[in-house]
Write a protein that binds this ligand. Structure first.
Ligand code: SAH
Ligand code: SF4
Ligand code: F3S
Length: 473
């Protein structure tokens, strides 16, 4: 393996230095009363996991947390750049913070995440959003205490948005919001360069954490009683390609599975081009691994898939689904779909609808294509109107809603094992829980059940969820 491929691992001494900066900030802010931070997270689970590390660092600085930016001494907006809408929303939120800053000029406003790493967005922040004090991209997350220290001591705006390949930082503190579910990043970045996607440009090159670090983290989580652990990576099937010792994702799953405890392992996302028999057989064999697979197809047209640079055809994808079902007949399958890729015709969009019907996914995440500046797809002619794309999109939703409600109806009368994972906010069905396949089941019962596995009888269903009754022992 060449050095070029090896991920830069942050020296533990540099992490220790960041913890010292946390201490210095704590001293600096001493006497200012109870310190609160407000963290707002957009985008995918990777961002949720990053925010939990930012919260870990803020806790070291003496901060508690609030949902109200007006009460906060520091506000962190962790952003997503995947579609234009996500960006618009963030600019709206950040614009509103002008008023917070007027009322409390000492408040420090930070913007981080994928938008920060996008040149055009960073320039806009620099020029037109002058109340934002600190801007840093995902590659600089581990340096947050040092950057914040610069803002506090030098009283100037700080931008840390160098476009790096990215690094791996171990040993940063984490605040996990629930004692039940945990996110564990196993790798960072993406090398796939799907032609529509911004992620490889803002998250740097693919790099894998060492297996021993991942295993130690999961062992700790299992000991602490976490029940539902999701391994994160843009394409977990590329795990290990950059490691000195040969280990692929299926090997990692087998190693994790040996860790004792009452927990389930899930993972996302699995790129279809690298998912295969070894992964499916490993999933089937490993008792801790949930029989659930998020396998984003994006399109059902082989021509569009090629233009998307996805690396598989419709037929190859369907063959992988067949293999997965052969290994795990009850597997719960979900997918992501993009409608309206530049140049996509109505017939091609309908090929996607027919693929969705053929596979019969349990659920879908569906998007209308959004051009991302700097990606190859953004340069392609895109003659179809938004209104027409919406019509295709609605047909897709209609098909999926039909399939989901049908599959959900099939659960009624069955008894399934669920993990109660939180409150739902609905007074009639106050608890939410998940089946092994991650299907949402609403339940009646008290908070004390959160974190427990229960057998429940499904008594009703709709397109999005199941409704269950706790079975008597
Ligand atoms: N790494 C994951 C996806 C991360 S982004 C994977 O490869 O599956 C999550 C989803 O957002 C993608 O699967 C895709 O469906 C959607 N997406 C990405 N870029 C998009 C764009 N420019 N417009 C619309 N949807 C997009
Ligand atoms: Fe984007 Fe493709 Fe990488 Fe997923 S695999 S993050 S869609 S480039
Ligand atoms: Fe968005 Fe970045 Fe995730 S662009 S989807 S937050 S990797």
């Amino acid at each position: 393996m060449t050095d070029e491929r090896a991920a830069r691992r942050i020296d533990p001494a540099d992490i220790a230095a960041q913890l010292r900066f946390c201490g210095e900030i704590k001293e600096l802010l001493e006497g200012r009363g109870p310190l609160l931070a407000n963290i707002q997270t957009y985008g995918c689970q990777q961002n949720v996991a990053d925010s939990q590390r930012l919260m870990g660092m803020l806790r070291e600085m003496g901060f508690g947390f609030t949902g109200d930016p007006c009460e906060a001494a520091i506000i962190v907006i962790n952003t997503c750049a995947i579609r234009e809408n996500a960006e618009k929303k963030v600019f709206g939120v950040v614009g509103q913070l002008v008023h917070v800053k007027e009322r409390n000029p000492d408040a420090v406003i930070c913007l981080c995440g994928c938008m920060a790493q996008q040149e055009t967005a960073a320039e806009k922040l620099r020029a037109s959003y002058r109340h934002v004090d600190l801007v840093f991209g995902p590659q600089a997350l581990w340096k947050f205490p040092e950057l914040l220290h610069q803002v506090c001591t030098k009283r100037k705006r700080v931008f840390s948005i160098e476009n790096e390949r990215g690094s791996i930082a171990e040993g940063l503190p984490v605040v996990r919001e629930s004692g039940v579910k945990a996110w564990v990043s196993i790798m960072y970045g993406c090398n796939n360069f799907c032609s529509y996607c911004i992620v490889p440009y803002v998250r740097g090159r693919e790099r894998s954490r060492k297996p021993e670090d991942i295993l130690a983290e999961i062992r700790r989580l299992a000991e602490e009683g976490f029940r539902d652990i999701t391994l994160l990576g843009q394409n977990v099937n590329s795990y290990g390609k950059d490691l000195d010792e040969p280990m692929d994702f299926a090997d990692l799953l087998s190693e994790i599975d040996k860790i004792p405890g009452d927990y389930r392992i899930r993972f996302m996302t699995s790129h279809p081009k690298d998912a295969g028999a070894k992964l499916f057989e490993t999933m089937a064999r490993c008792g801790h691994v949930a029989k659930q697979l998020h396998l984003p197809v994006q399109s059902g047209s082989s021509r569009v898939l090629k233009a998307m640079n996805r690396g598989y055809t419709r037929e190859q994808y369907l063959e992988k689904v067949r293999q997965a079902r052969e290994a795990m007949p009850d597997i719960v399958l979900t997918s992501d779909i993009i409608i309206g890729f530049p140049g996509e015709t109505e017939a091609e969009a309908m090929e996607t609808v027919s693929l969705v019907e053929e596979v019969g996914y349990d659920a879908l995440f569906t998007f209308i294509y959004s051009p991302r500046p700097g990606t190859p797809a953004a340069k392609l002619p895109d003659p179809v109107s938004r209104a027409e794309k919406q019509v295709w999109f609605d047909k897709l939703l209609e098909a999926q809603n039909r399939i989901s409600s049908q599959l959900h109806r099939g659960y009624v009368g069955r008894t399934v094992r669920v993990l109660v994972d939180g409150e739902s906010g609905d007074s009639q069905w106050p608890l939410s829980s998940r089946t092994e396949g991650n299907r949402l089941v609403h339940l009646k019962g008290g908070r004390d059940l959160i974190g427990q596995y229960m057998d429940v009888r499904i008594i009703d269903s709709n397109t999005w969820a199941l409704f269950g009754e706790i079975s008597p022992e």
